[in-house]
Design a protein around this ligand. Structure first.
Ligand SMILES: [Fe+2]
Ligand SMILES: [Fe+2]
Length: 359
């Protein structure tokens, strides 16, 4: 059995307003709405899925609607932000122009050495990044020695990223009304960045226990006195990358879960057999692990990183086409078979939700 983490599977966040969320992620960011369902553990709340045309693992961005949630904030044991990816720098500039013209403040482009990035917030305050796929990890280490050196950001980078006037005015010269194919965010995630108290302990967890590969031992480019490490899976490409900011627990309060925060993220495993092996391995290592949960579109187990962040291991299949055709993904409310008998009740508690016609 090949017990390998294959990459990122999905990220699940919290919104206060399902309609506003759908409008933002589909109309503004251009993701495909792939599933309208409910939180299987709380059928009174929507669970919304976005992604590429089929919601492939690594492209799936999901939201629980918690109507009465207070705004959360990032902190220890939480995710700080996640990044979607584009192919090139021009696409990044086009996104900056498009978002800015829509009244969404954007910071960047910043040179993150391994990629270029812009940052903005969704309507719930989720910190989003768009990152270019390249130039990649080999700009400062050979491919066969990634993660072997403790690195510091090069000085010219720090100087360039402090040139706020130039950064502010760097954008696409023409308005960008349409999302061009080259800009598509349906390529999926680039990375997820979380916050932990002890980077070596995070390394022991992701590398030692979960078998991911250390990719970079860098400093936080915005605070070079603190560590920022990267781990990846498979080819270590975008979509397989997790990174952690190390923060001082005396200064960094715990994450406050609420709207605009990540509830959990999921890493991909090949199939149910592999997942069961992972479950045994985690239990043997003394970790708390949930039973296998049937999420219809995949099977899941839930555990925690050393800082308490919920980490899910989800199977690649069967995927979102299991109960809808590709053309109809997201059109109607889908319920797991065991809740179909309660459909009328469930539908009566949910607010109407207008979703864009599939294209
Ligand atoms: Fe990032
Ligand atoms: Fe999940």
């Amino acid at each position: 059995m090949n017990m390998t983490i294959l990459g990122l599977h999905h990220i699940t966040l919290v919104t206060r307003d399902a309609q506003r969320n759908v409008d933002f992620y589909t109309r503004i960011l251009g993701l495909r709405f792939v599933k309208k369902t409910i939180n299987f553990d709380d059928p009174s709340a929507y669970h919304l899925y976005y992604g590429d045309q089929t919601g492939s693992p690594g492209t799936a961005i999901t939201f629980f609607e918690w109507k009465h949630a207070l705004p959360g904030y990032p902190g220890m044991g939480g995710t700080h932000h996640f990044a979607l990816r584009v192919a090139d720098y021009n696409s990044l500039l086009r996104w900056k122009r498009r978002l800015t013209d829509l009244g969404i403040p954007v910071t960047g482009p910043y040179d993150r050495y391994y990629f270029q990035s812009i940052y903005f917030k969704d309507p719930d305050g989720v910190i989003l990044e768009i990152a270019t796929e390249g130039p990649g990890w080999t700009v400062d280490e050979p491919a066969d020695a990634l993660g072997t050196s403790v690195l510091q950001p090069p000085q010219q980078l720090a100087i360039a990223n402090r040139d706020e006037k130039r950064i502010l005015t760097t954008t696409w010269t023409e308005p960008v009304a349409e999302i061009l194919p080259s800009m598509s965010l349906q390529r999926g995630m680039h990375h997820i960045t979380a916050i932990g108290a002890d980077i070596q302990r995070s390394h022991d967890y992701y590398s030692g226990l979960l078998g991911m590969q250390l990719v970079k031992r860098q400093a936080n480019f915005d605070d070079p006195s603190s560590a920022h490490w990267y781990w990846g899976a498979g080819d270590l490409g975008p979509g397989t990358i997790l990174t952690y900011f190390e923060r001082d627990p005396k200064k960094e309060p715990p994450v406050r879960m609420g709207s605009g925060q990540t509830h959990h993220f999921a890493l991909a495993v090949a199939d149910e057999e592999t997942q069961l092996e992972w479950r045994e391995k985690l239990l043997t290592a003394g970790q708390r692990v949930s039973p296998v949960m049937d999420r219809v579109y995949f099977k899941s187990i839930y555990t925690h990183d050393p800082d308490g962040h919920i980490v899910e291991l989800a199977t690649i299949g069967p995927g979102f086409l299991v109960d809808e055709s590709q053309a109809d993904l997201g059109v109607s409310l889908r319920l797991p078979p065991w809740l179909e008998a309660q459909r009328e009740n469930i539908e009566s508690t949910l607010s109407p939700l207008a979703v864009p016609s599939p294209v």
